[in-house]
Design a protein around this ligand. Structure first.
Ligand code: MN
Length: 729
């Protein structure tokens, strides 16, 4: 009887032979036997025999297409750490190469991601191992992938830590190495731990739409397939829904629900030659309308990690966009397995594209042979990080800088004080110009002096990072403050005088406060300093001051105007019935919107040229009028009790009477108002829908007492539902 594990290893060997006929079957089986014996009795967290894990890891390594030694190392990868079977034993039995691979994986395994540590600290150590042998990284990725597949058996906290580490370190490395298949799986498995709810939401959303997607994709497959058949182009078409994490990222970046994300379907066409890739692209664009700007030619310009393909996004049925990737079989293998594919083609199957794409691996390995293990640092080649450089401080700390960064950038990245006191730099032990471009693996020493008078003005133009640029500007801003203030104030004063606003500005604290607020300065000195060092332009400041000064002047003119004509009309005071604060005998009118009457709480509004308009304090127009511009025009007013005693004063006010539609209700209202000896200016009725009506009346009353009386009597009329004053809300 064969055990399930035996079956597994048999299958693994078969797969390995299929991938590479030259594989050493005997050696692989021997490695399995050793690992099996070494892990005898050990169990995984889920209760399975431990050997399942190394065998599964070896399976992934086989799928990557790696060589015999890598497969053996995969089987033995946990031996040094967890069993009696150590480096020496492995070396004796399987050779130095396997022993070093296992040792490398073990050392990588000892690194733990922790939040206290900078994340790239671990990355650095991974690079060190990579410099020694890239296969160590690939085996470690396979190890992590199998562990990620079984995350659920770990305690919850450990799950999270491991998932975070996987998301932050392993998946990006898989990406840089072009191993998209592993990258996606690592990301999806990590996401499942890190945001189980978000993950589940997408899974369920996709399930709900799955038949729809299937139908959509099948249709596209058929159409393309038919077209290519006509054109006699051999092809393989696969259609799929995108990976969960890529959908997740889209949803979060675009704040959308899964139902609002359209391009979640992708189609891949694999053909036999580069020429046919472009041919297929032509046919696809015949079939479907391409979205402009979404076509990418990664064949002529491969991605930094070696990825090659044509990408285009087109509009399918019902306007739903989907992405099509077109590539050759070789490109496809590369896209899926990245650097791992290198081993497959190393046997000379393809010497053009891959040779170039993986020139960096060769460099890596060559550099490694030159220097041996003695000096890892110089052996590091991180050419695949096209947009970043990794440099070292003399103490061996790694600093990650953008490509093109100079020693000045580095100095400011360490600390602004280091930057400000920098006088020179040593790169790899030699004095170098401070504008040199840093290269990967450079050891950079920043030379500083306390005597220095600070950065030079043209550094701003040299530096690559915004951080350094800002810090340099900051220095000039701070160090020359006195000078800046003096110069700024002189400039402002000169301009104010030239524009006849000097007094207007300095006499009015409001205006000064406004300016400071507008530019978020806390003091006038700050304003002067900013003008002085060029942080803001004088024109900008002046324009703002001009607006404010003009406003104040106009308001003053208004008030002057109001005061003048009324000065002659002393007698009119008693006729208006209202006193306005601070202004004697001014022109007063009652607002039509709320028609105030004696007894109402009132407020005045200085109109533009028509005196003061009196409103009820509860008028909607008072409540709604909050604009800054109008704020200062509201003014306090009172009823003039003295003049009100004069019984001739009658005040118009509006009423709204809501009623049921009943014949005669309007005449009942009219009769009541006549009996109350009220002068009626307006009386109109309007039919509303649904059997209701609205009567509007404008009547003259002496004050609130009389009005309340009338309202109460109106409310008693049959069919009257409610009586309110106009502009009440
Ligand atoms: Mn392991």
């Amino acid at each position: 009887m064969t055990s399930p594990i035996q079956t597994k290893i048999d299958f693994l060997v078969e797969r390995a032979k299929k991938q590479n006929p030259n594989i050493n079957e005997k050696k692989i089986r021997a490695a399995y036997e050793c690992a099996n014996a070494a892990h005898e009795g050990q169990k995984r967290k889920n209760g399975e025999p431990y050997i399942i894990h190394p065998v599964s890891v070896a399976e992934i390594i086989v799928e990557m297409g790696l060589d015999t030694d890598s497969i053996c190392a995969g089987l033995l990868h946990d031996c040094i750490e967890d069993t009696e079977f150590g480096y020496k034993e492995i070396e004796n039995k399987f050779g130095t190469s396997v022993a070093e691979l296992v040792d490398g994986v073990t050392r990588l395994g000892m690194l733990r991601y922790s939040k206290e540590q900078e994340q790239f600290e671990d990355l650095r150590k991974m690079f060190l191992a990579m410099a020694k042998d890239i296969r160590v990284i690939l085996i470690k990725l396979a190890d992590r992938l199998h562990n990620a597949r079984t995350f659920q058996f770990l305690p919850e906290r450990k799950q999270r830590d491991k998932a975070l580490e996987t998301m932050e370190i392993y998946a990006p490395i898989a990406h840089r190495l072009g191993m998209s298949r592993i990258k996606w799986e690592l990301e999806d498995l990590s996401l499942k731990c890190l945001d189980p709810i978000g993950y589940q939401e997408i899974v369920e959303g996709l399930e709900k739409q799955s038949s729809q997607h299937e139908e959509f994709l099948n249709h596209i497959k058929e159409c393309i397939s038919e077209k290519l058949k006509e054109a006699e182009i051999e092809n393989t078409i696969s259609a799929r829904v995108k990976h969960i994490y890529s959908i997740y990222r889209k949803m979060y970046a675009q704040h959308k629900t899964i139902n609002e994300i359209y391009d979640i379907c992708a189609v891949r066409v694999i053909v036999d030659s580069v020429t046919n890739c472009y041919n297929v692209l032509g046919y696809v664009h015949d079939l479907y309308k391409p979205i402009p700007g979404r076509f990418k030619d990664y064949i002529s310009t491969p991605k930094p990690n070696g990825y090659q393909s044509l990408h285009t996004t087109v509009i399918g049925r019902e306007g739903i966009p989907f992405e099509i990737q077109i590539r050759t079989e070789e490109m496809h293998k590369m896209a899926e397995f990245g650097v791992a594919a290198h081993w497959k083609y190393k046997q000379g199957l393809d010497k053009t594209g891959n040779e170039q794409a993986f020139a960096w691996i060769r460099q890596l390995l060559e550099a490694q042979q030159d220097t041996e293990a003695e000096d890892f640092i110089k052996a590091i080649k991180v050419d695949l990080f096209a947009d970043e450089v990794f440099v070292f401080t003399p103490k061996g700390d790694v600093v990650n800088m953008p490509a093109g960064a100079t020693p000045i950038d580095l100095a400011y990245a360490i600390h602004s004080a280091v930057g400000n006191r920098m006088v020179g730099a040593k790169i790899n032990g030699r004095i170098a110009p401070i504008d040199s471009q840093l290269k990967n693996g450079d050891i950079v020493e920043i030379l500083t002096s306390k005597e220095t008078r600070g950065p030079s003005r043209n550094w701003v133009k040299i530096v690559k990072t915004t951080e350094a640029r800002n810090k340099i500007k900051q220095w000039f801003k701070k160090e020359c403050r006195e000078e800046n203030i003096e110069q700024g104030k002189a400039e402002l004063d000169r301009e104010l005088k030239a524009n006849l606003m000097y007094n207007g500005f300095y006499d009015n604290e409001e205006i000064q406060k406004n300016i400071l607020q507008k530019f978020t300065f806390s003091s006038m000195d700050e304003l002067y300093a900013a003008i002085g060092y060029g942080g803001i332009t004088i024109t900008k400041v002046l324009n703002k001051i001009k607006d404010d000064v003009m406003k104040v002047r106009k308001a003053q003119e208004k008030i002057d105007k109001l005061e003048q004509p009324q000065a002659d009309k002393k007698k009119s005071k008693s006729e208006t019935g209202v006193v306005v604060e601070g202004i004697d005998n001014c022109l007063v009118k009652f607002a039509r919107c709320c028609t105030p009457i004696p007894g109402d709480d009132i407020i005045g509004f200085v109109t533009r040229g028509y005196g003061v308009s009196i409103h009820r304090k509860d008028c909607v127009n008072v409540k709604n009028n909050n604009s800054k511009d109008e704020e200062n025009r509201w003014i306090r007013v009172w009823w003039d009790e003295e003049s009100l005693d004069n019984k001739k004063n009658r005040f118009s006010t509006g009423l709204q009477i809501s009623t049921k539609s009943r014949i005669g209700v309007l005449s009942d209202v009219a009769v009541l108002l006549a009996q109350a000896h009220v002068n009626v200016h307006e009386l109109s009725a309007k039919d509303l829908n649904d059997g209701f009506g609205m009567i509007t009346a404008v009547v003259d009353v002496s004050g609130i007492g009389q009005l309340d009386n009338i309202i109460n009597r109106l409310k008693k009329i049959k069919g009257v539902l409610d009586v309110t004053r106009t502009a009440e809300n």
